[in-house]
Design a protein around this ligand. Structure first.
Ligand SMILES: [Zn+2]
Length: 301
């Protein structure tokens, strides 16, 4: 079972694409790849246009005026602090005018059905919205977000993440599952700060303890580094732990074995705005007798 092999699956040992990487646990920088090779079959947008009548979008233009200001929902306009919901209303009506109405056919099709190629599991952190950073359009990604983008093992039982997985894999038949981790993850910091065998009355601690094995392997591989660097290591290590946990779901393991489902890791570093991407290979007879390896590593910068 995947869980039995967890301790041997550090980043370095996991990486079959680079023999020299086996002596290091932080990934060396890769050449910036060509962006545009994602296997996305994007729906072409239509030119359907309708006129809509509105009031708010004509009365308020805070986002336009504040385009150089820091992101925030509460803005001042002519000395008055605007209610954040006025801003949301403005944004929604702008979305309706600029996106929905101008691509009406696509949105009407989406109203009937969805067939996303991707399921994305990302952190709930407000800075790492997958649609924002990866440009997923409506209908392209079935997304679940939780603290620290963790996937519990099948044996963990019901959770909103396992329910989302079941629907995405068995009903939507997504072709890719992408787990997106990120820099300065508060959930991973909570995981790395946990006291061993400490009684927990915190929902956060109970949840992030799913990543315990990533914490252990991080302590073993990077325990001599600063807490910040250990967290950085664990942010990536836990993604691989979650990729392995995906394989504990029988219907995921079956589809991966059959080649109809691919599992990918991603790491968004919002400090220097880079995105690392890799794919988990799962089959018998890989180098070293392992069933697991990483391929197609890339750094988008
Ligand atoms: Zn996070």
């Amino acid at each position: 079972m995947a869980s039995l092999l967890r301790s041997s699956l550090s980043f370095a040992a996991f990486d079959a694409s680079s023999a020299e990487a086996s002596s290091q646990f932080f990934w060396k920088p890769l050449e910036p790849p060509k962006i545009g090779n994602l296997p996305l079959n994007l729906v072409r947008t239509s030119n359907a246009r309708l006129r809509i009548r509105g009031s708010v979008e004509e009365k308020h233009t805070p986002a336009r005026k504040a385009s150089k200001e820091p992101f925030r929902l509460t803005r001042e306009e002519e000395g008055q602090v605007l209610d954040p919901f006025q801003e949301l209303e403005y944004r929604f009506k702008r979305f309706k005018r600029k996106n929905y109405v101008e691509n009406l056919v696509d949105y009407q099709n989406l109203a009937e059905r969805q067939s996303p190629k991707f399921m994305v599991i990302a952190c709930a952190d407000s800075r790492v919205c997958p649609s924002n950073i990866l440009g997923f359009q409506p209908g392209e990604s079935f997304t679940v977000r939780n603290v620290a983008n963790l996937v519990p093992p099948f044996q963990h039982g019901a959770s909103e993440t396992s329910a989302a997985l079941e629907f995405a894999v068995n009903s939507l038949e997504v072709e890719n599952i992408l787990i997106v981790g990120h820099s300065r993850c508060g959930g991973i910091q909570a995981l790395m700060s946990m006291k061993d065998n400490a009684d927990s009355r915190s929902f956060i601690k109970d949840w992030v303890s799913i990543g315990k094995s990533a914490r252990l392997s991080t302590k073993a591989a990077a325990g001599n580094l600063s807490f910040e660097m250990q967290c950085r290591h664990c942010e990536k290590e836990s993604i691989n732990g979650s990729l392995l946990n995906l394989l504990t779901y029988p219907w995921i393991e079956k589809r991966v074995s059959e080649g109809t489902l691919s599992l990918h890791g991603g790491y968004y570093d919002f400090i220097d705005c880079t995105f690392e991407k890799w794919t988990l290979v799962y089959r018998e007879g890989l180098e070293g007798g392992s069933k697991y390896a990483i391929k197609n590593r890339a750094l988008w910068s």
